[in-house]
Design a protein around this ligand. Structure first.
Ligand code: GDP
Ligand code: IMO
Ligand code: MG
Length: 423
């Protein structure tokens, strides 16, 4: 049975939520493997719109079990809010949601330190959800884990130790008010009572499920170019959205993964700071943003928009080992007379052979474009590949060839039904 990894192939917001919801019809378990409430995954079903930040988008299918893996950093406030939002929509998470005992907890000081470091001059444009500071503590071996909720005395000791250190930093370096340790301990003990029921030994659960022949979809958040190692460092998130992160973030070994599905947007967007070679800072970029409704699902920030970058997607396909692609938001390009596709970058007058992730080169490359005619026709009601205009098919052929990808799913609108498989 399939154990598939689904990854964002660009800078996030490719439409992962919509495609996870669509595909989860054919999987028994959906598991998130990294990131935290920095994600905003949108699913539109009928006239209802759901934005999920922590819980996998598979939760909207009542037969699907959802899992949050150890690679995810969990903000208990965001988690409990999301659970009550879903229950308010008559979507029960009881016995359908499991959380790894090894996932780390976002603490109030993580969010505070995130906002303090973003107020300085080396801004990343984070979502302010405490992601970076939480992963810092994880790798510094000071983190507080879901496991610790099960042992109140350990939880209290660890919170006290952490806050003593953070208060020194807040007071002496940032000249900020100190944190009230007792209040924080009290609130985390209260979370414990609400979260205990979801805690699970996730690696054992998932590996047993594989033994029993169950199918699993591993849902990535963010995108490959935001990966802390393979992305456009330092303008990245602090985890591994790339497919490798699915193993370390859940406990499923690499030889059990059957395939990798890349979600690719028909143009490019980015939120926050950092180089973006095909960015359009003119009326065309504004048109993409308006038609594509490119505003952050988590922070509401306007997304930066630009042409499709085949050089970037080719790199992403290589790093992730993408077997098949779901191409989203193709309908957004319908109102453009001409469309540009970036096929490579020029740097110091020479064509680069491989994708440069370093700031110095990426911020000064010149994208090389192939210009193709648009199709000037609404495609949002197309139900199959054959329904698409010839010019759209040509656009798809060029991007597949230049990016070295195989497009198997096409999305022409935000709704579940606005999707078809390419045979
Ligand atoms: P994610 O973070 O990758 O799940 O993506 P987001 O939910 O942040 O952003 C994608 C946005 O595009 C959402 O508002 C979706 O409802 C919307 N969307 C997804 N697929 C399509 C599509 O094919 N066409 C259009 N017009 N909108 C889409
Ligand atoms: P989904 O899952 C787009 C970006 C932020 C910032 C950088 C670091 O919805 O695709 P962080 O808060 O993670 O420390 O911010 O990463 N970022 C995203 N951009 N989509 C996301 O998630 C993102 N999550 C983080 O804008 O540039
Ligand atoms: Mg998003």
């Amino acid at each position: 049975m399939a154990v598939s990894v689904l990854v964002g192939s660009q800078w996030g917001d490719e439409g992962k939520g919509k495609i996870v919801d669509l595909l989860s019809n054919s999987y028994e378990i959906v598991a998130r493997y990294q990131g935290g409430a920095n994600a905003g995954h949108t699913v539109e079903i009928g006239d209802k719109k759901y934005i999920l930040h922590l819980i996998p988008s598979g939760i909207l299918r009542e037969n699907v079990i959802c899992v949050i893996g150890n690679g995810v950093v969990i903000d208990p406030i965001a988690l409990l809010d999301e659970i009550s939002f879903l229950e308010g929509q008559n979507i029960s998470v009881k016995d359908r949601l499991f959380i790894s005992q090894n996932a780390h907890l976002i603490m109030p000081y993580h969010k505070l330190l995130d906002s303090i470091s973003e107020s300085g001059k080396n801004k990343i444009g984070t979502t302010g959800r405490g992601i970076g500071p939480c992963y810092i503590d994880k790798y510094a071996r000071k983190g507080i884990k879901i496991n610790d909720l099960l042992h109140p005395e350990v939880l209290e000791r660890k919170i006290r130790e952490n806050i003593t250190e953070k208060n020194l930093l807040l007071k002496n370096i940032y000249h900020h008010e100190e944190l009230d340790v007792d209040e924080i301990i009290k609130s985390y003990l209260e979370f414990d009572a609400k979260i205990d029921q979801y805690i699970k030994d996730v690696p054992s659960y998932l590996n047993q499920a594989i033994k029993e022949g169950k199918s699993i979809l591993l849902e990535g958040a963010q995108g490959a170019l935001l990966d802390v190692d393979f992305g456009t460092y330092p303008f990245v998130t602090s985890s591994h959205p790339t497919s490798g992160g699915a193993c370390t973030g859940t406990g499923i070994p690499p030889n059990k993964i059957t395939d990798v599905i890349g979600i690719v947007k028909a143009y490019t967007t980015r939120v926050g700071e950092g180089p973006f070679p095909t960015e359009l800072l003119d009326a065309t970029g504004e048109k993409l943003r308006a038609i594509g409704n490119e505003f952050g699902a988590t922070t509401g920030r306007p997304r930066r928009c630009g042409w499709y970058d085949a050089f970037l997607v080719r790199y992403s396909a290589m790093i992730n080992g993408i077997d098949s692609v779901a191409l989203t938001k193709l309908d957004v390009l319908s109102q453009f007379e001409e469309i540009n596709i970036c096929t490579g970058y020029e740097y110091n007058g020479k064509l680069l052979k491989s994708f440069p992730t370093d700031y110095e080169r990426l911020s000064s490359v010149k994208p090389v474009y192939k210009t193709v005619p648009g199709w000037n026709k609404d495609i949002s009601d197309c139900e199959s590949y054959t329904d698409l205009p010839q010019a759209t098919k040509e656009y798809l052929n060029i991007i597949s060839e230049e990016s070295e990808i195989k497009i198997t799913i096409i999305s022409v609108g935000p709704k579940r039904a606005q999707t078809f498989f390419v045979s």
